[in-house]
Write a protein that binds this ligand. Structure first.
Ligand SMILES: *Cc1c(COP(=O)(O)O)cnc(C)c1O
Length: 384
């Protein structure tokens, strides 16, 4: 079944940004309200309930409504970055609470958990993404409050069965939060599989043009935990600027074409190089050979996303030489932009990284597929 909201497909919701037209001018793209403050009425109330932009600004309304519709959620909040959004969820916990998170995940967030998370009194268990039994086994009734998932997970794109984890978590009263940055709501809607909170680094696919840093949280329902998240969003102050919010909404309008093209390009690259003589392994959930493929088929639709990793023959040295020889794939971190990027993750993450030295993470953009395959082929040949 295609994702639908109010009988509209996600592509329509995104393209039309829910069809909102400005009431005063009938402008089809929304106005921007840079004002940080709003005049108070003589009876001490506020004209439309808003008083100060850290708490709320009308520019946020449409972007949040589009996010709610795309994710099938009840409410959303916009943050200054993906990390600010993820950290806000951790901060809504109490000292002593236990968290289960993936061993292999967005590296900076795992590092934050292990350092600042532990210093704030949280305890963590890190488990294998793909090991369905491990998640439930590490949940401690009464102690475990949050299960943090990332699927597909950086940078081996392992898949976690959201429905199975959510069932086990809810049985002990724990909350499930899913980092849905890589799949995007076009491909996976975690709330439909039982997730309580969906997080995005909107810096990536949601904005899609590598020119806005932003994060989002969307909740399945407005419960006490969400109220705490909202309190910290406004109190902590890591909110998104209104200009960035406006750009984010503009970016989200082309989400469906970007994700479709990136997914089909990534699939074609994965297929082309899967059996290539110079390639050790292609890690992509769309391949039958990928360890998480069966769950991916169940949980992802219309494609398997634009992220894949190549493990090249010849170890770390060859991997670095190969990535230096790529021309179209730019040597840069981040993902989800229209341009293709390549990154040697082990050297970025440092000596404690679980990522093998022969692995290159690729964010596949929306260029012509023949040019992308040609770029990889040429770089492989030049570094034999
Ligand atoms: C980039 C990223 C983050 C962090 O988001 P920022 O916007 O860089 O703070 C978190 N999770 C994933 C999967 C990411 O790719």
């Amino acid at each position: 079944m295609p994702h639908k909201t109010n009988n509209q497909h996600a592509a329509t919701v995104a393209a039309q940004a829910l069809g909102w037209v400005d009431e005063t001018t009938r402008s089809v793209t929304p106005p921007l309200y840079p004002s940080t403050t709003f005049e108070r009425n003589t009876d001490l109330s506020y004209h439309d309930g808003r008083c100060y932009t850290r708490a709320d600004n009308p520019t946020y309304d449409q972007a949040c409504a589009v996010l709610n519709a795309l994710e099938g959620g009840a409410d959303s909040r916009l943050f200054a970055s993906g990390m600010a959004a993820a950290v806000c969820v951790l901060q809504a916990l109490q000292p002593g609470d236990h968290v289960v998170a993936p061993k292999v995940m967005y590296w900076a967030l795992r590092a934050f958990m292990q350092d600042i998370g532990v210093r704030s009194g949280l305890t963590f268990d890190f488990v294998d993404n793909g090991d369905a039994d491990a998640w439930a086994k590490h949940m401690q009734p009464g102690k475990t409050k949050l299960i943090w998932l990332e699927t597909p997970a950086n940078p081996d794109w392992q898949i976690t069965d959201i429905a199975a984890v959510a069932k086990a978590a809810h049985a002990i009263g724990a909350i499930v939060a899913v980092d849905n940055t890589v799949a995007t709501p076009l491909i996976t809607r975690p709330i439909e599989f039982g997730a309580d909170i969906v997080m995005h680094s909107a810096t990536k696919y949601l904005n899609g043009h590598s020119d806005v840093l932003a994060g989002t949280l969307t909740c399945a329902k407005k419960d006490a935990f969400w109220a705490q998240v909202c309190k910290q969003h406004k109190g902590g102050g890591a909110v998104l600027g209104v200009f960035e919010t406006w750009l984010l909404l503009r970016g989200m309008r082309t989400l469906s074409v970007r994700v479709e093209r990136a997914s089909s390009n990534a699939m074609a690259i994965a297929r082309h190089f899967e059996t290539h003589a110079e390639i050790e392994q292609v890690q992509y959930p769309g391949l039958e050979s990928h360890i998480g493929h069966d769950i991916a088929k169940k949980q992802m639709q219309g494609g398997f996303g634009g992220m894949l990793s190549l493990r090249v023959k010849g170890g770390t040295e060859r991997a670095v030489a190969f990535h230096n020889a790529c021309k179209l794939f730019k040597r840069a971190t981040s993902l989800g932009g229209v341009e293709s990027l390549i990154e040697h993750r082990a050297s970025v993450e440092g000596p404690t990284s679980p990522v093998p030295g022969d692995l290159l993470r690729m964010s596949v953009g929306i260029e012509h597929i023949d040019d992308l395959i040609d770029d990889i082929e040429t770089a492989l040949n030049q570094t034999k």
